[in-house]
Design a protein around this ligand. Sequence first.
Ligand code: SAH
Length: 381
Amino acid sequence: MKECPNFKKCGGCQYLGMPYEKQLKEKQKMLTGLLGTFGKLHPIIGMQDPFHYRNKVHAVLGRDRKGRIISGVYREGSHEILSVETCLIEDKTADAIIKTIRELLPSFKIKVFDEDTGYGFLRHILIRTARATGEIMVVLVTASPVFPSKNNFVKALRNIHPQITTVVQNVNGRNTSMVLGEKEHVLYGPGFIVDRLCGCRFRISAKSFYQVNPIQTEVLYQKAIEAAGLTGKQTVVDAYCGIGTIGIAAASRAREVIGVELNRDAVRDAITNARMNTVRNIRFYCNDAGKFMTQMASQGAKADVVFLDPPRSGSTEEFIEAVALLGPQRVVYVSCSPETLARDLKGFGKRGYCVREMWPVDMFPMAGHTECVVWIQKKHI
Ligand code: SAH
């Protein structure tokens, strides 16, 4: 078992003290308790090397009691910053870049932001790495837009880490627990990175959602596409589609795909991604998934397969009701929260759908979260 100096203080890895095989057993037990009565639950698919899998690394900046600049995470349930130098689940290069930034700050006279006084400039660092292509994005979250030494700072950073392919300044002047603000300025490169998954290429912007464990994401998507039983003749909906990953990976096996997503930047990425992969039978809409499906149903549209991959809060009654009206033979639910999944499966159950099989995929080794693909089938009456 590997040692982490911040274990128990950081709160990120509830399972770190446990051998990996045991973690998988515990997760299976928990999932059986929550989901076992709905249908067949397959054994959780684990990772061969369950360390340093996270492609997205976030660090908040501050000072310790002696006034030294630190970066790390908020201590669980507080706004006190715990200094984190290395992490067992994060990408190692990302951790090294954060360290470099911290060390460069004084010579560029860049002050770190102080939440109590509202004084200072740099609030957070976000690093996103594209594992398959090696591209790296650095997002510097600042409290105000004016960044005096930006060009020289970026040059110095790239001198030490030439792997960085883009640097983005994100301005977040609000007093909020959200890391990213609305406004963005590209300081270097194209403002996005490109990664490869399931044989397709995907552009990812700073504010778009992208799965944090790329190795397991391929396993997850393959299971999801398998569960959809695609024949090449169906109309497929990819709801909560993010940058369009599932829909684009499935498009060659569908007649047409309709993607819906609320985040504008993600939809923009999705449209570019379809073009980049020469996928022509897919359209994306920027809307609330529930509202969109309700509109589709009221226009008398039909869907043969619906994928949904909502955030942890799960889907809504409105969405499930609309799916029942659209009447797909299969629904494939990709869930990162078994609690809200169980709630939503009941909703599908009340509307003529039943669970066939469930495949848990361990997307978050060491951490407590679990991910599941669920094959839901329309009952024949
Ligand atoms: N399927 C994608 C994204 C899953 S994450 C992938 O695998 O990468 C969930 C996505 O749902 C996020 O992109 C989020 O922006 C989006 N989302 C959240 N609430 C939504 C809503 N009400 N309607 C549509 N999309 C929503």
